[in-house]
Design a protein around this ligand. Structure first.
Ligand code: URA
Ligand code: SF4
Length: 246
């Protein structure tokens, strides 16, 4: 869906439509939909996979155990919840916290895409492998976590899912370190936009050689994919059960 075709002109309008949405079967089992929360002009947007039990009950994203960990990670950056926007790939809880099916992801993606277009964040932090794959289908979470990746006019920072970090102390430490790269990711997005605006005034990137952003060939509007057909088999990161943890 391109920007011109989006039927919504505000983040609140999207939220209202999500609350009454019945576009996929997840509507039948949800308590309530979870559109997202935070600043509608956030520079940093966090995208998880789908609401868990607590989120389904209260209608807010990341408020269970994984959410508490996310709060403490935000504090370290430092960022407040009010400074950022937090949402999920699917807005309704998959029953039993199963992975969302490709048709559910596809049905829900227009909401996420419209949220991204309206909020217009500089940095998208994907929480977990499944969310990363929506933006970077060739990615492998064990290799690409913590990398600053250019996806057009924004940058992507894939990190491990907080629920995975809760059950694996090693991932917890990695997640902490990766989250600390958010300020650098914001700076990098500013440099990329400055360079895109005027070729004669190119600004030197501060990002180290070993973490250089990948220069995407694709325009920004083509990065979301509704299918998980090209997902790699799960790696051995311990993250594969993340949807069963909350
Ligand atoms: N896990 C997610 O992916 N999203 C939430 O909102 C809560 C837990
Ligand atoms: Fe609608 Fe998304 Fe909920 Fe499915 S998951 S019913 S598409 S809001």
């Amino acid at each position: 869906m391109s920007e011109q075709q989006s039927p919504w002109s505000s983040v609140d309008q999207i939220a209202n439509q999500v609350l009454s949405c019945t576009k996929c079967v997840l509507a039948e089992t949800r308590t309530q939909a979870v559109p997202g929360a935070g600043s509608s002009s956030a520079a940093v947007m966090f995208i998880g996979e789908g609401p868990g039990k607590n989120e389904d009950e209260q209608g807010l994203p990341f408020i269970g155990r994984a959410g508490k960990l996310l709060d403490s990670l935000l504090e370290q950056v430092p960022l407040l919840r009010d400074d950022v926007y937090i949402t999920n790939v699917v807005k309704c809880r998959p029953p039993g916290n199963r992975d969302p099916e490709p048709d559910e992801v596809a049905a829900c993606l227009p909401y996420l895409q419209a949220q991204i277009e309206l909020i217009d964040p500089r940095v998208i932090v994907t929480l977990g492998r499944h969310s990363m794959l929506r933006f970077y289908p060739q990615g492998k979470i064990s290799n690409d976590h913590g990398r600053i990746i250019n996806i057009g006019k924004r940058v992507l920072l894939p990190v491990y899912h907080p629920a995975a970090a809760l059950r694996n102390p090693r991932l917890n430490e990695t997640l902490k370190q990766d989250m600390k790269r958010i300020p650098e990711a914001v700076r990098e997005s500013l440099l990329l936009n400055a360079n895109a605006g005027n070729g004669r005034n190119r600004v030197q990137s501060a990002v180290q050689k070993d973490s250089s952003p990948i220069l995407a060939d694709e325009p920004d509007t083509t990065f979301l994919t509704g299918s998980s057909d090209n997902e790699e088999p799960e790696d051995s990161s311990g993250e594969q059960d993340q949807m069963t943890l909350f």
